[in-house]
Design a protein around this ligand. Sequence first.
Ligand SMILES: Cc1cc2nc3c(=O)[nH]c(=O)nc-3n(C[C@H](O)[C@H](O)[C@H](O)COP(=O)(O)OP(=O)(O)OC[C@H]3O[C@@H](n4cnc5c(N)ncnc54)[C@H](O)[C@@H]3O)c2cc1C
Length: 262
Amino acid sequence: MPSSTYPGTVEIATFKLTVVDVVEQTADAHSISFVGPEAAAAELAYTPGQFLTFAVPSEQTGVAARCYSLSSSPYDGGPLTVTVKRTASGYASNWMCDHLRVGDQIRVLAPSGIFTPRSLDADLLLIAGGSGITPIMSITRAALAAGAGRVVVLYANRDEESVIFARELGDLAAAHPDRLLVVHWLESVHGLPTQDQLQAFAAQFTTYDAFVCGPAPFMKAAVAALKDLGLPRERRHQEKFVSLGGNPFGDLQDAARLPSQA
Ligand SMILES: Cc1cc2nc3c(=O)[nH]c(=O)nc-3n(C[C@H](O)[C@H](O)[C@H](O)COP(=O)(O)OP(=O)(O)OC[C@H]3O[C@@H](n4cnc5c(N)ncnc54)[C@H](O)[C@@H]3O)c2cc1C
């Protein structure tokens, strides 16, 4: 199995994934699905809420390492799927959306992360903004398929056109009316959600385990709201979407192979 050495750390295994599907979710977000080598099935197993780290090839730096949360559920036998939203002037997010097509290959690190429910049977309050829906989608799908609790999703977006997974969330809510509540917050209609508004909503669910993912100011307001409501630290989880500073892949010669561009 290929591996790379990150200065000061042990060798890290890397895996070559093959693209099996690309879906344009919105004008600026793509869901990209992958399969890995059969022999690496155990290493590529994941829990809902985890992310993959991609070796995005770069002519400038060799590799730009970027994390993308899995939006798929490990319980439906489907491929590994991440959902990448273009960052204005960003490098890797635009490369992923512009270049990856069915049949292409790209290297990743094994799934990682602790933004995962302790139990899928717990009641879950999931608060997402924009592309922060990706790990929340995985947790929602997994909890409905393999858990027994109630799931509440509060999902904030700029406007209706920017809602990723609008249809999927609607379908899940229709299929699980007694277990899933999805509330959409549109800035174009309701304005930016304030801490007080988030607190008033979350006040209905203070016994739930809370997960927050979205733009920094949104997360700050949501987490402050949960703190003020007295949710203990162990029931407040947040995932920050930032770009990695370092490159855990080292000097990879084969970060990606794009027959689709040949
Ligand atoms: C745990 C985790 C999960 C995440 N999950 C998701 C997710 O599900 N969906 C999602 O959309 N985002 C997710 N993100 C955010 C994602 O990892 C990136 O931060 C985001 O896509 C922006 O990356 P970018 O390269 O496009 O933009 P930026 O990082 O803003 O790009 C600019 C940077 O790239 C450098 N750069 C510019 N040109 C080049 C070049 N040619 N070669 C190399 N470097 C260059 C610049 O120096 C600058 O540092 C997640 C982040 C984390 C930490």
